[in-house]
Write a protein that binds this ligand. Structure first.
Ligand SMILES: [Zn+2]
Length: 94
């Protein structure tokens, strides 16, 4: 059985996760982009970055997009603006 979140995520991935699903501006792929997957106030799953992150009230996943050395994924992820709060939330759920 798939959860609602998994279904929403599959739908979002099909639409493409290289543009902000709130303002539809493509993520800058010349640099590391810190992405956030989560639900907005209306209960819709969004993938976003930058200023639109403020629209996410329930963060489900943080990630990276754009141009970066895959070997440094974890190092970059630690630089994510929501890294601390996301890890805290994850720890609380376990
Ligand atoms: Zn946006």
């Amino acid at each position: 059985m798939k959860t609602t979140y998994e279904k929403d995520l599959a739908r979002l991935n099909k639409k493409g996760t290289d543009v902000c699903s709130i303002c539809h501006v493509p993520f800058d792929d010349d640099d590391v982009v810190y992405t956030v997957f989560g639900y907005n106030r209306l209960g819709k799953l969004q993938v976003t970055s930058g200023y639109c992150i403020d629209k996410i009230v329930d963060v489900r996943l943080i990630g990276l997009c754009g141009e970066f050395d895959p070997d440094r994924f974890n190092a970059y992820l630690r630089e994510h603006p929501l890294y601390e709060s996301f890890m805290k939330k994850k720890a609380a759920l376990m």
